[in-house]
Design a protein around this ligand. Structure first.
Ligand code: SAM
Length: 287
């Protein structure tokens, strides 16, 4: 019978066997709780028809379970010390796993999926290195990778921000960016004792289902996100002042006219505006 590594004893055994040294700079916290892993697999609805991309397999704790359920698993791991552990030990019995030893932020994932996996929509499943959560997720959304959904373990605080609604303290540019591209849903809260070593923060598993049609028509996405960022750069200022103090070069009078035309109050703050309203502001300014 295959022996799974996502237990405290087996993880410690592998760490000792290979004298593996945890690299803080790579955000290494390995999962040791199969309940959490099962929850991830179930939420992701993984079947043999799926191509799953795992970012940062570590010693293969989640990968083994992904390989059991998915058709193919593509792993991208930056730490070369982990590659022999995966190849000769924990993943050696799986012929549906491919490992790339590279920095995920430097991999052309779209090219790999288009060329080697017939451009099939992937599911990205990972216990992410927390120091690069946002660039990884935004890179997946903006990089044109064929994507079904993302199911990732991230810092709880960041997950809350991704799912936040207008008018709440967690709402900001990240909520709007994530919600523009996907429908976020926190599927589990995960305490530090589910990992070795224990992270200092609480974690959550969030599912981001990619929107087929963004539902919102934006003539210039980049411009809309510039407005969003400008309005949250100075959270306590009104939207009008946030825009005035930004490098966007929009005349105050013109901006006030746009707000009036859209029936939005002059003294509104960015945190009270929905994605639809930001889109309408951007479209009207451009129009
Ligand atoms: N998936 C494993 C698990 O759940 O036990 C490990 C998760 S650990 C939180 C994050 C993993 O991402 C580590 O294996 C780390 O080496 C890897 N990693 C960190 N930065 C990376 C990068 N830029 N590109 C690819 N992998 C990275």
């Amino acid at each position: 019978m295959k022996e799974f590594v996502a237990t405290p004893n087996k993880t410690k055994e592998i760490i000792n066997k290979y004298s593996f040294v945890f690299q803080k700079k790579f955000g290494q916290n390995f999962l040791i709780d199969t309940h959490v892993i099962n929850k991830i697999i179930r939420s992701a609805e993984i079947t043999k028809d799926d191509v799953v991309v795992e970012i940062g397999p570590g010693i293969g704790s989640l990968t083994q379970h992904l390989a059991e359920h998915a058709g193919q698993v593509l792993c991208i791991e930056i730490d070369k010390a982990l590659i022999p552990i995966l190849e000769t030990d924990t993943l050696k019995d799986y012929d549906n796993v491919r490992i790339i030893n590279q920095d995920v932020l430097k991999v052309d994932l779209k090219k790999i999926i288009d060329e080697d996996y017939n451009g099939k929509k992937i599911k990205v499943v990972a216990n992410l290195p927390y120091y690069i959560t946002t660039p990884i997720i935004m890179g997946l959304f903006e990089g044109g990778v064929p994507l079904d959904r993302i199911i990732v373990m991230i810092q709880k605080e960041v997950a809350d921000r991704m799912q936040a609604n207008p008018g709440t303290k967690d709402y900001g540019a990240l909520s709007l960016a994530v919600q523009y591209y996907s429908e976020p849903e926190i599927v589990a809260n995960v305490p530090p004792n589910c990992f070795i070593p224990r992270p200092k923060v609480s974690s959550a598993v969030i599912q981001l289902r990619k929107r087929e049609d963004y539902g919102i028509k934006v003539t210039d996405e980049k411009f809309m996100f510039q407005i969003i960022r400008a309005s949250f750069n100075q959270r306590r200022k009104t939207l009008v002042n946030g825009i005035k103090n930004s490098s966007l070069n929009i005349e105050k009078e013109k901006f006030l006219e746009v707000l009036k035309a859209l029936d939005i109050k002059e003294n509104i703050r960015g945190e009270a505006l929905s994605l639809e309203q930001f889109a309408a502001i951007a479209n009207t300014l451009k129009g």
